[in-house]
Design a protein around this ligand. Structure first.
Ligand SMILES: Cc1cc2nc3c(=O)[nH]c(=O)nc-3n(C[C@H](O)[C@H](O)[C@H](O)COP(=O)(O)O)c2cc1C
Length: 232
């Protein structure tokens, strides 16, 4: 990315945020984790720049904060969230010695912006043997809860018991669900009534072009009815 492309891209983020608000969304969330553009700037393995966007954590985070500040020019900070967490993936996105200090640096600075939330993914891959092994399981939230002072949303592999425990233990303010929303059309009701969750998610129908995988997962009431009929 050339130095000239950076301000253009930063402006694209604020334009996208303004468009989203104009389109009726309640708020926007900046995507700063996974393998996308912002994490490519943050990561020492992918960011080999020698200008003010590369080198130190401050420089690697410059793009993120320029994006954030450009979005905050068009959307009130209480309606802007961010998704960020250290991750351990294959190849260039394997966690390295700079991964944790970089994200710590970013999250400390995020405290200054009064954002609506930080959405933090817990470990979605096996961290063992990596420099972020201590963030396995609840370790992610134990580590970052004392660092981030705003609303923290925990996600990945949540269920009723774990979500409630994280909130009671003060490790998260809110819990987000991803895959359980796909395989449980009545997720909220199941959580409210302590009904079992259907974790049998069919990966082959995710992003499918037809109705399969969108409208055909059974509700808890359907499952109970089927079990009753099978037992007759
Ligand atoms: C099919 C699929 C695609 C996903 N793609 C992305 C993605 O592009 N970017 C991202 O930040 N998270 C992505 N996620 C993660 C979800 O946004 C969310 O953080 C995660 O699914 C929560 O964990 P859970 O599914 O165990 O509840 C994806 C998840 C699934 C199941």
């Amino acid at each position: 990315m050339t130095t000239a492309e950076i301000p253009r891209t930063v402006a694209d983020y604020s334009k996208a945020a303004a468009n989203a608000m104009e389109g009726g969304f309640d708020g926007v969330q900046i995507q700063a984790n996974y393998l996308y553009l912002i994490p490519q700037f943050l990561n020492t393995a992918t960011n080999v720049r020698t200008d003010e966007y590369g080198g130190s954590a401050e420089n690697r985070a410059r793009f993120l904060f320029e994006v954030l500040e450009s979005v905050l020019k068009v959307v009130n900070s209480g309606l802007v969230g961010i998704k960020i967490a250290p991750m351990h993936e294959k190849g260039a996105f394997a966690a390295n010695d700079e991964t944790l200090p970089t994200i710590e640096y970013v999250i400390k600075r995020l405290n200054d912006y009064g954002l609506s939330h930080l959405l933090m993914m817990g470990a979605s891959t096996d961290f063992s043997g990596s420099p972020i092994a201590s963030l396995t399981g609840d370790g992610m939230f134990q580590h970052f809860r004392p660092i981030f002072r705003g609303p923290l949303i925990a996600n990945v592999k949540m269920d009723r018991e774990r979500g409630n425990r994280l909130i009671v233990d003060g490790l998260a303010d809110l819990i987000a669900f991803g895959r359980p929303y796909i395989s449980n059309p009545d997720l909220v009701e199941r959580l409210a009534t302590n009904a079992p969750l259907n974790n049998d998610i069919k990966s082959e129908t995710i992003y499918g072009p037809g109705p399969e995988g969108y409208v055909d997962y059974p509700s808890n009431a359907d499952s109970c009815q089927n079990t009753k009929e099978a037992g007759k």
